[in-house]
Ligand binder design. Structure first.
Ligand code: TGC
Ligand code: FAD
Length: 392
């Protein structure tokens, strides 16, 4: 793979809107990604292996629990810093950002928000250091976009719960130490349970043959009469709103992460267009390639402004779920369109692992599907503006 010469575009001087802390967090993460992810990621993706050795470094840059309070081992940062962390990590690879998103927003967040004090003390500090890794089980083989139909269930056996069912497409499952699992009780009410590796009847087979997110480990969660201690139930909230609130936090991070991918593709294509000569002039001197680059930087700038404004709303506690859906949907689609155009601008070289673009392009096929598909987020916006529910 070519050396990482990434230089981030900032066409509207958005850096002026950032604080010193934001710039420090972003700079440290950018340096770490250049040093640790860029040189190795292509091989890991080609070989469909998860680079587990990156976990301590991810913890060190603050990617595990950026906004979780320091008393629980988190970095205690604001939501713009969290977004910038996701942007830089996803610039390296969407699969590595996935690991960070799941650990922070889908495992630490529900324990922090809905866990007992004992659960917070037991799990959060270890999760923040990456010594313990988690995964999040919501999707099932027959219930993806419609998680309320889930059939995974548990019953009260007096001194423990008995958990049965299966979850599919679970990021980090093959190596996670714990799983935050969403299941229905005898009254069909959804609750979160912390299931630990090693509990009898709990297995996590890996999902193979993915063409996308190849450097991320994906698997199933299978529960065959698993005895879960009662103290592992998250007591603070029940109902579908509990897992959906975790998704809000992860979707917010993806809205920023997608900008990282788009910036990397744009920056690579811009450099290539200035260097690659055909018909005795750089291809960047042709109107067609300039149109592509000009449209890319316009879309990136719009996405940056959307993410920044959403971040300020989140910092003020005012961001709505529907606003987050709009940003996730827009920014991922924007990145996917840019990756495709950028790949074409590199001609044949664009399909090789010498450049990051084809890997990003394939990764985005997962990103546009998980955490709510492109269609589902459109329907969330539709519901928000009309008040009419297309899901019912
Ligand atoms: P609906 O009746 O609308 O809502 C049920 C209850 O939930 C509340 N609610 C929310 N609460 C918090 N945050 C949100 N975003 C919320 N959206 C809804 C709602 O108010 C209601 O509360 P209550 O008190 O009235 O009961 O639910 P529905 O069954 O009609 O479904 C709505 C729909 C389709 C929008 C939702 O189910 C959905 O978002 N589906 C997409 C599923 C999804 O995103 N799955 C993601 C799985 S995890 C994943 O992909 C991880 S990838 C990680 C990585 O590698 O990065
Ligand atoms: P379906 O819900 O079957 O959708 C199929 C198609 O139908 C889509 O195009 C969808 O937009 C469309 N559709 C569905 N309903 C409607 C409707 N009402 N109107 C119009 N169109 C509709 N899940 C987890 O719980 N934890 C994880 O860690 C996790 N990681 C993942 C990692 C990867 C690599 C992938 C690919 C997925 C992951 N997921 C995870 C699952 C992901 O969230 C689901 O794939 C996603 O929610 C879509 O569900 P589905 O695949 O069952 O598609």
């Amino acid at each position: 793979m070519k050396p990482d010469l990434f230089s981030a575009p900032d066409y509207y001087q958005i850096d002026d809107l950032l604080t010193e802390e934001h710039l420090l967090v972003r700079g440290a993460t950018r340096d770490w990604v250049k040093r640790e992810i860029s040189p190795i990621i292509e091989n890991y993706a080609q070989e469909a292996r998860f680079p587990e050795h990156l976990l301590p470094g991810l913890a060190e840059v603050g990617a595990f629990g950026p906004y979780i309070p320091e008393e629980y081992g988190g970095a205690g940062l604001d939501y713009i810093s969290y977004g910038l962390l996701m942007q830089e990590i996803e610039r390296g690879d969407s699969g590595i950002r996935s690991t960070a998103s799941v650990q922070s927003s889908l495992v630490m967040f529900p324990i922090w928000k809905y866990g007992s004090e004992a659960q917070k003390q037991k799990y959060l500090p270890q999760l923040a250091t990456g010594k313990m890794m988690g995964c999040f089980g919501l999707t099932e083989p027959d219930h993806g976009s419609n998680p309320s139909g889930m059939t995974t269930n548990f019953s009260d056996q007096g001194d423990h719960f008995l958990l049965n069912g299966a979850k599919l497409w679970i990021s980090n499952a093959p190596f996670a130490d714990i799983a935050v699992v969403w299941a229905k009780d005898e009254n069909k009410r959804i609750h979160g349970l912390i299931v630990e590796r090693g509990m009898e009847g709990f297995s996590t087979p890996e999902t193979h043959n993915k063409w996308s997110l190849r450097a991320s480990a994906t698997g199933e969660l299978i529960f065959d009469n698993v005895k879960v201690p009662k103290e592992n139930l998250l007591p603070g909230r029940s109902g579908l709103g509990a897992p959906l609130s975790c998704l809000d936090s992860a979707r917010y991070g993806i809205a920023w992460g997608a900008i990282g991918v788009a910036m990397d593709c744009y920056d690579t294509a811009l450099r290539y267009a200035k260097e690659r000569v055909q018909f005795d002039k750089p291809i960047g001197q042709t109107q067609l390639q300039q149109k592509k680059l000009a449209e890319m930087i316009t879309e990136i700038t719009k996405a940056q402004l959307l993410a920044w404004r959403l971040g300020t709303l989140k910092n003020e506690g005012k961001a709505t779920s529907a606003q987050i859906s709009m940003a996730k949907r827009n920014n991922v689609a924007m990145a996917a369109a840019i990756a495709r155009e950028a790949r074409q601008m590199l001609g044949g070289m664009g399909i090789t692992g010498e450049y990051s673009i084809m890997r990003h392009m394939m990764n985005l096929e997962s990103v546009i599907t998980y955490e709510g598909t492109h269609d589902i987020h459109l329907l969330i916006t539709g519901l928000d503006i009309t008040g009419l529910n297309a899901f019912k």
